[in-house]
Design a binder for this molecule. Structure first.
Ligand SMILES: [Fe+2]
Ligand SMILES: [Fe+2]
Length: 197
């Protein structure tokens, strides 16, 4: 089994499970941590932007609240990967600024298109993320059970986000097929780039 440090106990950052930094977390594990950190960072930015747009009107207060709750759950995921990056001596993607810009833009535009478009965005993003976690679960289930358990827990949250979006009319969004296609392609490209860069 390759060296890997599970999420350390905050504060302090250092893992208590191995008594210090791992000498060599496997490159593939580093890729996984880096891309997952980027994905959660983007998810926080998308939901935050959408919640802000909807939060401006009392008529859309309900969806603003729902999106803010999802943002808070994504923030918990992001915090976990922040810790894991630190504990495994792994840098975040160099593209983090670009993802912040793109995700905020995506969240803002889809929210301005209306509630159903915002839900369609959630469905598309969460679909890609849950599939991504599913493949990481398969890849780590034997070699890194603790990491696999984290992926499994987060995937369940993403599935719940996706199902909530569908239940609230994602598929009735204007230009749903195009919107879904563009967002899905964007997410898949971002995943590929964030693993390596
Ligand atoms: Fe997440
Ligand atoms: Fe999510």
């Amino acid at each position: 089994m390759t060296n890997f440090v599970k999420r350390p106990t905050r504060p302090g950052g250092r893992s208590t499970s191995s008594g210090g930094w791992p000498k060599a977390t496997a490159p593939r594990i580093k890729e996984m941590l880096r891309v997952d950190h980027a994905g959660e960072y983007a998810a926080v930015a998308i939901y935050d932007a959408q919640a802000k747009v909807f939060g401006r009107s009392p008529k859309t207060r309900q969806i603003a609240k729902q999106l803010a709750h999802m943002r808070d759950e994504e923030q918990e995921h992001l915090d976990a990967f922040d810790d894991l990056l630190r504990a495994n001596n792994t840098r975040p993607t160099a593209l983090i600024g670009l993802w912040k810009f793109a995700s905020t833009g995506l969240g803002t535009i889809t929210a301005l298109m209306g509630e159903k478009a915002a839900h369609a965005c959630t469905e598309a993003v969460e679909n890609v993320i849950e599939q991504h976690y599913a493949s990481q679960i398969e890849e780590t289930k034997d070699s890194h059970p603790e990491l696999c358990a984290t992926f499994t827990k987060f995937r369940e949250d993403e599935l719940r986000h996706r199902d909530t979006a569908i239940a609230h009319g994602a598929k009735q969004a204007p230009a749903y097929p195009l919107l879904t296609k563009v967002i899905t392609a964007g997410c898949k490209t971002a995943i590929k780039l964030s693993e390596k860069i």
